[in-house]
Design a protein around this ligand. Sequence first.
Ligand SMILES: Nc1ncnc2c1ncn2[C@@H]1O[C@H](COP(=O)(O)OP(=O)(O)OP(=O)(O)O)[C@@H](O)[C@H]1O
Length: 268
Amino acid sequence: MCKPSEAFLGYRHKTAATQARWTNKDGPCHPSARLEKAKVRNNRRGEHIIRFDSVGLRYGLGPEVLRDISFALPSGSFHFLTGSSGAGKSSLMRLMYLGLRPTRGRVVLFDKDIAMTRRYELPALRRRIGVVFQDFRLLDHLSAMDNVALPLRVRGVKESEVRKHVPELLNWVGLSEQINAKPPTLSGGQKQRVAIARAVIGRPDLLLADEPTGNVDDHIAMRLLHLFEELNRLGTTVVIATHNQFLVDRFTQYPRLHIDRGTVVEGE
Ligand SMILES: Nc1ncnc2c1ncn2[C@@H]1O[C@H](COP(=O)(O)OP(=O)(O)OP(=O)(O)O)[C@@H](O)[C@H]1O
């Protein structure tokens, strides 16, 4: 089976190679190596990258669309989020990427209780999450290349690295010929793949993908799933909301979070 190369998800590896020179008897001692170690320790200590305790959500004065949601996702896990149309998958995703606050209950993300987290701390948490939105949310005035490069440039990754990794990843998702195209000239499936590339390029700690294969054929869907698997192998916790029964049936090794009547049933 053709596997995506680590290279285009790997600028952290390059950094690690540079850091290898910063060693002492206890191992890597580069400042960012210490940060990475601390992050691993935190994830181990927390065990769960995200936890919901009795969470409920209503929009405005409407009825509760999610209720009594309790689950925990172990760090490094891979889950499908399934449920019928309108069951609440996107709403649950919004709570997970901090796009919404719950109306009741507790959300703990990266060991932080979101209700106790100060507003100025939220952007740093959000930067650890890659999101594939159902409606893509690409910047129309930027090319595919620049849309995907954005998370790396925001982090100050060297332009030579950006110019190397972004085209490789766009090539992997089948968009080598659309690299300079702007979103309004792309098909729905092409936009979706740009959105996926943008979400994974920075190797986030948590990837949340809402119907990431909704606009592509089964062949490309499989290819994208392999990309998510590779990201997961490198340590990212992955949640994919999908209606695509073909995919869920093909990847039976991954547990499902199933939403039924506004609440989550694990492992259905
Ligand atoms: N912004 C909103 N304002 C009010 N109600 C909303 C809003 N967004 C979603 N809802 C309601 O919340 C419920 C769950 O919607 P949600 O979009 O989360 O479901 P879903 O499982 O993602 O559906 P689909 O698979 O069709 O995308 C629905 O009853 C929907 O009408």
